[in-house]
Write a protein that binds this ligand. Sequence first.
Ligand code: ATP
Length: 138
Amino acid sequence: TQRTLVLLKPDAVRRSQVGEIVRRIEAKGYALVALELRTATPELLAEHYAEHEGKPFYQPLVDFMLSGPLVAIVLEGERSIEGFRSLAGTTDPTGAAPGTIRGDLGRDWGLAVQQNLVHGSDSEESAAREIGIWFPNL
Ligand code: ATP
């Protein structure tokens, strides 16, 4: 069994899609290990998005992630890292498959950053690192 870090980004909270997204996670059979409404800080985001520092969308991404509360979640389940990314769909909501969170609920606002509702860790190494950032007591 695997743990993964999921963020419901500020657009998900603003658009009242938290319940719908958590419903999909639970329907898939993943257990909620931690779930908190949080406001990010520049320090947390600098750690979380360290790999994107210097990219053109980095600052718009950080500004977007600071634009309102988000929901930080730790999920547990068999192959939950790959499983959640499959539930989420591809990064760009326009191309994301119907049936996925981004495909069903995401919109392309034509902005500098994809406001694509969710983040999910992409490997066991990132999951361990990101859970440490958002939930240091777990
Ligand atoms: P995926 O790995 O499926 O692409 P992700 O959320 O892990 O999803 P990252 O590549 O880690 O995506 O990028 C982090 C976030 O940065 C994206 O979810 C999106 O909000 C934003 N982003 C990434 N690439 C771009 C881009 N080319 N243009 C605008 N925003 C982007």
